[in-house]
Design a protein. Structure first.
Length: 290
């Protein structure tokens, strides 16, 4: 468990990320809404990386002297053939939310890009960072639960597939209803994966701010090839964290986005791979509101 306070900002060195040189569209805006944010200085930072056919990592960075509390990302124009296999907070001299996308084993003829989003705030009370990992093996589906310590609740969450090489799909990033833990699932795609792989989960936990609650948006269970679902915060509250899950995707449905439509709405998007899926499936969105 990692703890930070206002007086001591002990941080791990940020991951060194090799990024393709390109013009970056980055926007930073303090979330505007009739209600005040439960966390002082709550700010949303969005950054879009280059559009090409390479596997890539992109990140959104928090302003100086703020802490990352949550984040998300999306794949733009991947047509269900790009696997978003890493969505993680990275803590260092500057906190970032990092997103990685890889084309599946069949590749993708078009170009695509990544948009990453970071939610940042002044140092939240009781900020802690918890992690968990599965074993390295070739089991086709793995689920991991990462808990917050007693008295703390979830704001941000992240997942990373080590190994997999675009053939392991992130199926669940689901905060529990009481916001004390996060459930993460990875599953091999329809073609399977011969090698070993590991699932790593991360959770940002805080002393609960006023009115903290999880809101779910449940999508339709049908066979439409691409779909999105929205979770909306109750009146007078704002998004402070986000999550999502695929239901009955059997490894042939990929999460293509977990991002914010606005300061009060979280959107989860998903798409079938190029082979399609004959059975019904759904995508759910989760907004953590306060």
């Amino acid at each position: 468990m990692h703890v930070r306070s206002r007086s001591a900002r002990a941080r791990r060195s940020a991951l060194a990320l090799t990024l393709t040189a390109a013009l970056v569209l980055a926007t930073q805006a303090t979330l505007a809404a009739p209600a005040a944010a439960a966390l002082p200085g709550l700010t949303r930072v969005t950054s879009t990386g280059p559009s090409n056919s390479d596997w890539k990592t992109w990140q959104a960075s928090c302003p100086a002297d703020t802490f990352l509390v949550a984040g998300g990302g999306r794949i733009d124009r991947g047509a269900g053939q790009v696997v978003m296999d890493t969505m993680v907070p990275v803590f260092g001299a500057t906190d970032v939310y990092s997103v990685t996308g890889r084309e599946d084993d069949n590749g993708f003829a078009g170009t695509w890009s990544i948009t990453a989003t970071a939610l940042c705030a002044q140092p939240p009370a009781g900020w802690e960072h918890a992690e968990g990992v599965t074993v390295w093996d070739s089991v086709s589906s793995k689920t991991l639960t990462v808990d917050c310590p007693p008295g703390k609740q979830v704001l941000g969450l992240g997942v990373e597939v080590n190994g997999g090489l675009g053939q392991v799909v992130v199926d669940d990033l689901r905060p529990s209803a009481d916001l004390t833990s996060v459930s993460l699932t990875g599953i091999e795609d329809g073609n399977g994966y011969a090698g070993a792989w590991q699932l790593r989960g991360q959770v940002v936990c805080v002393t609960p701010p006023a009115g903290l609650v999880r809101v779910a948006g449940f999508g339709l269970l049908d066979s439409v090839g691409s779909k999105s679902t929205v979770a909306t915060c109750p009146p007078g509250t704002r998004v402070h964290g986000l999550g999502g899950e695929i239901v009955s995707g059997a490894g042939q449905v990929r999460v293509t986005g977990l991002d914010l439509l606005s300061d009060t709405q979280v959107r989860a998007t998903a798409a079938e791979d190029e082979d399609g899926l004959a059975s019904n499936w759904a995508v759910h969105a989760y907004a953590i509101c306060a």
